[in-house]
Design a binder for this molecule. Sequence first.
Ligand code: SAH
Length: 223
Amino acid sequence: MPATDTTRDGERRRMLKDIRAAFARTDMPFGLDELDPRVMAALADVPRHMFVPAERRASAYRDKPLPIGLGQTISQPFIVALMTHLLRLDPASRVLEIGTGSGYQAAVLSRLAAHVYTIEIVATLAKLAAEALARFGATNVTARVGDGYGGWPSEAPFDAIIVTAAPDHVPPALVEQLARGGRLVIPVGIEEQSLMVIEKSADGTARTTTIVPVRFVPLTRES
Ligand code: SAH
């Protein structure tokens, strides 16, 4: 477990306040009354400024998405908190992330799960994220470059899968690679998307719940 970084603690506390405010403003489905305190503690611990480009560090703790280069973005902290909450991780969980981007979401997941597998299609971003994750001290994250549409069959099944780029349909391989009792959290749609949770029950059937409208970069495919 990496040591807690206490630099910019005050800004992180303000970010948590902004996340709570954004949550309160958003129309949530019945039963989703508060964000898991363990998720909020993980967000309080991860130095987001280590995952954004140097010229964006001053804005690192605003509750906004930020450009990370190559046309990609690090998600808004509120969305990171909400998606992480919806995964319902426990310390034994094995998680797959599609869209490593800056590595920030993977760092948050690494605080809450046993192991994180993460796939990024843009090699330059994958390299920068791997460096940031190493500096952060995450030892339970395995990252690779590739198209995450097909998941990571050799490491399946996963207790939780998070997709942080938007496809226009749910990739069937990701549902297949979900363990029974597992959850897939994914934005689906073109331009505007719906954040969806797909739960696989003990008998293997999948149930979909739509949470909120969101906006993500598109999931691209290897040609
Ligand atoms: N989770 C990231 C946010 C990433 S933005 C973070 O915390 O910073 C979405 C990322 O998904 C981009 O970096 C983009 O290059 C990547 N991506 C898009 N299509 C992909 C695919 N098919 N497989 C893997 N990564 C993909």
